[in-house]
Design a protein around this ligand. Structure first.
Ligand SMILES: *Cc1c(COP(=O)(O)O)cnc(C)c1O
Length: 501
């Protein structure tokens, strides 16, 4: 089976290497425009003189339409995407994006609406946002939601700004934010941006938060605990109520990083375990496309206590039933983003939620958890599992057993590309050395999971028989193994003639 997958991957490598500039031929054009049928006017009468070029535009490639189409289509085949196959990038919840969401986001009234349209003429768009915020409040069990933040990280910042505002009003903004050692890097970054110092809470050997340590660290200086649940080891914090109790007793707030809601949505509500504020990653849990720095959305849900601090404007329904923008929010932390965030992402997420409904969201969550445990079960004898036992929506392996052949997690991940899969997450959780964090999501069928399991087993075989092979992987892609350090430190972002420089 896995051999098939290798062949499939090989056929993706298109031989023609032509680049736009090299393919250029003088005089070749890719457009046709009708003949001028009005009197010609000198350029400087049409445009401000200062805006008119004096010289010809040089060095632009001259190509036919088909050249351009083939160039970009070829480039697209050198990349990997969720529409190619499993994308097991742990914690990122790369799930298939149903095309109906795309279709709805492209409805003209949504896609072409100008952001400055007056509220009374944008009722449909406001209704989408208002309705989505209500759905997300229901899913989290919290009182109110803002859809403004454009990403999870911005949601974290917004949430902490609200905590800071609430604590300041109580008389002391406090100094510290506690964050478990398994956290995603954005958590400490957001805390620091909001003026807090970060203190790490160690995990126990089972991967869960150490309550005794938390009790010791909790003090009048602690503004909040930021915690991901299930955490990035794929483990549900079983003592979550007690954890929230400890923080609340100490006068702090509990911020939940909701990036892993794919393990909870439709099954349980974070408000029920005592969370005060959390973000959701619509581009993860609610399917909208993501990756490569594209648009996302990180709505933030809060308790009634924190509601007055939400970013403005809020959308409210007037007596005549029309939706209006409410700027009269004296305690608000202000705007965190222009207009209402990435509106197209909000439309897609609402379409996703409404097409699934309560029972559909629950089924998606249950299937995601089942899929992760299926992979965990079939690979636990082949790969080291540093925190064994049942997992939620993702499972973290390590390269410990393959290290004796000199094979590291990066080698395994690169080789997976040859088998036609995207590599798993490796950069965190930091508590696992040589991590391979796999999140299959619910959108993969059993056959795809079996192919992945076969590939992982096959790579383990290669590690013992031919470790050098893995050191050179990927072997079937357009670009082989890159020097990632140089690529990050000295990126070449401009086209060059290719003559030796
Ligand atoms: C993805 C992720 C974030 C950050 O979300 P962005 O939308 O990428 O800013 C934060 N925490 C966890 C656990 C994540 O997986």
């Amino acid at each position: 089976m896995s051999k098939n997958r290798i062949k499939k991957a090989t056929t993706h490598v298109v031989q023609n290497e032509g680049l736009l500039f090299e393919e250029s031929r003088p005089g070749r054009i890719g457009y046709s425009i009708p003949k001028l049928d009005v009197p010609e006017q000198p350029d400087d009468q049409l445009l401000d003189r200062r805006l008119v070029r004096d010289d010809d535009l040089e060095g632009m490639p001259e190509l036919s339409e088909v050249d351009v189409i083939r160039h970009f289509t070829r480039l697209s085949t050198w990349n990997y995407c969720i529409d190619h196959g499993l994308y097991p990038l742990g914690s990122c919840t790369m799930k298939y994006n149903p095309r109906i969401n795309e279709k709805i986001a492209r409805i003209e009234g949504f896609a072409e609406l100008h952001p400055l349209t007056p509220a009374r003429l944008a009722q449909g768009a406001l209704e989408v946002i208002h309705h989505l915020e209500k759905c997300l409040a229901q899913i989290t069990g919290l009182a109110a939601v803002t859809s403004q933040p454009a990403a999870g990280a911005q949601g974290e910042m917004t949430g902490l700004m609200m905590i800071r505002a609430a604590l300041t009003e109580r008389g002391n903004p406090r100094k510290k934010v506690l964050i478990p050692d398994s956290a995603h890097g954005t958590n400490p970054a957001s805390a620091v941006i909001c003026g807090y110092t970060v203190e790490t809470v160690p995990s126990r050997s089972d991967g869960l938060t150490d309550l005794d340590e938390l009790r010791k660290q909790m003090s009048e200086d602690v503004a909040a605990l930021m915690l991901t649940n299930p955490n990035t080891l794929g483990k549900f914090e079983q003592n979550i109520r007690e954890i929230c109790g400890i923080v609340h007793e100490g006068g702090g707030f509990v911020y939940m990083d909701g990036a892993n809601m794919n393990a909870l949505a439709g099954v349980t509500k974070p408000a029920s375990f005592g969370i005060d504020v959390m973000h959701l990653n619509l581009h993860k849990t609610f399917s909208t496309p993501h990756g490569g720095g594209g648009p996302g959305a990180g709505p933030v849900a809060v308790t009634a206590e924190l509601e007055p601090y939400l970013p403005f404007p809020r959308i409210s329904r007037a007596e005549d039933g029309m939706l209006a923008l409410d700027f009269d929010r004296p305690k608000s932390v202000g705007r965190v983003r222009a207009f209402f965030g990435n509106f197209g992402v909000l439309v897609r997420a609402l379409a996703y939620i409404l097409t699934h409904g309560d029972s559909g969201l629950r089924e998606a969550t249950e299937t995601a958890v089942l899929n992760a445990n299926y992979i965990a079960h079939h690979l636990k004898d082949t790969y080291d599992v540093p925190y064994p036992g049942r997992v939620m929506h993702e499972v973290v392996f390590s390269d410990k057993r393959q290290l004796k052949y000199g094979v590291r997690n990066a080698d395994i991940a690169k080789r997976l590309i040859d088998y036609g899969f995207y590599p798993p997450t490796m950069s965190f959780p930091l508590v696992v050395h040589g991590a391979l964090m796999v999140e299959p999501t619910e959108t993969e069928g059993r056959e795809e999971l079996d192919l992945f399991i076969d590939a992982m087993k096959s790579i383990d075989g290669e590690a013992s028989e031919d470790p050098a092979l893995l050191k050179h992987a990927p072997l079937t892609t357009k670009v082989g193994r890159l020097d990632e350090v140089t690529a990050a430190r000295k990126p070449v972002l401009k086209w060059r003639s290719g003559k030796g420089d």
